[in-house]
Write a protein that binds this ligand. Structure first.
Ligand code: IPE
Ligand code: MG
Length: 213
């Protein structure tokens, strides 16, 4: 989810205003997934690198996440959404961690859509922590130790705001993902943009390194 700051700047407003508006896009895309029967939605909300932003913005973002998660709880239950947060959660505040733990437990029965918020996450960090655990366990298969263990690899990764890079997202898991890059800024990315991205995805020929029969 990229382009919140630029969206706000275009309107002569503070960056946080773009983040607020971005929450509406999250709601729209989540709804679309439930409507379309898409079983997993992952959102890269805050990277390990994002901790280096000005403290004021980090605090505002954390406050917004806490509030939004809390507010969405009834909608999660209504729509059968299982909510999960993955990343280096030790860096999050106690309050946020408590809210996350509560929501993950309370929505564990959600069977329509698993929504995964990646927070304080980076792909390199994930591989590193998995490698340490794998070594400690004396095993050789890395996947069960990644934070995404048990979750299918993403079929499609959408990056908004015209940037064409992976920015330390799901490095391991994206091995065979399809990518859609759009110039649309995240706060403008609503159901129609999501449908267009899915349309583009459906025209791709996925071979996974093999040849088509
Ligand atoms: C994405 O929007 C939200 C987060 C990374 C938290 P940005 O804040 O990166 O917006 P731009 O890229 O500055 O426009
Ligand atoms: Mg950005």
């Amino acid at each position: 989810m990229d382009g919140n700051g630029r969206w706000a700047k275009e309107r002569g407003k503070e960056r946080i205003y773009g983040h607020f508006e971005g929450v509406e896009s999250v709601r729209a895309v989540t709804e679309a997934c439930v409507e379309l029967g898409i079983p997993y939605l992952s959102l890269f909300a805050f990277s390990e690198e994002n901790w280096q932003r000005p403290q004021e913005e980090v605090e505002a973002l954390m406050g917004l996440m806490l509030k939004s998660m809390h507010n969405e709880y009834p909608t999660f239950l209504k729509n059968g959404v299982r909510f999960r947060v993955l990343g280096n959660l030790e860096r999050l505040s106690g309050t946020l961690r408590e809210e996350i733990a509560y929501l993950e437990k309370a929505t564990a029965g959600g069977d329509k859509l698993t929504m995964i918020l990646f927070m304080s996450y980076s792909g390199k960090w994930d591989i590193q922590q998995a490698a340490c655990k794998m070594a400690a366990a004396g095993e050789s298969d890395l996947e069960p130790f990644l934070v995404t263990a048990g979750i299918p690899d993403p079929d499609l990764i959408i990056r908004t705001s015209g940037e064409k890079r992976i920015s330390n997202y799901l490095l391991w898991q994206a091995a065979y993902s399809e990518f859609v890059f759009t110039d649309t800024l995240w706060p403008d990315f609503r159901k129609e943009s999501f449908r267009a991205a899915l349309e583009e995805y459906s025209s791709r020929d996925r071979r996974f390194g093999k040849v088509n029969k």
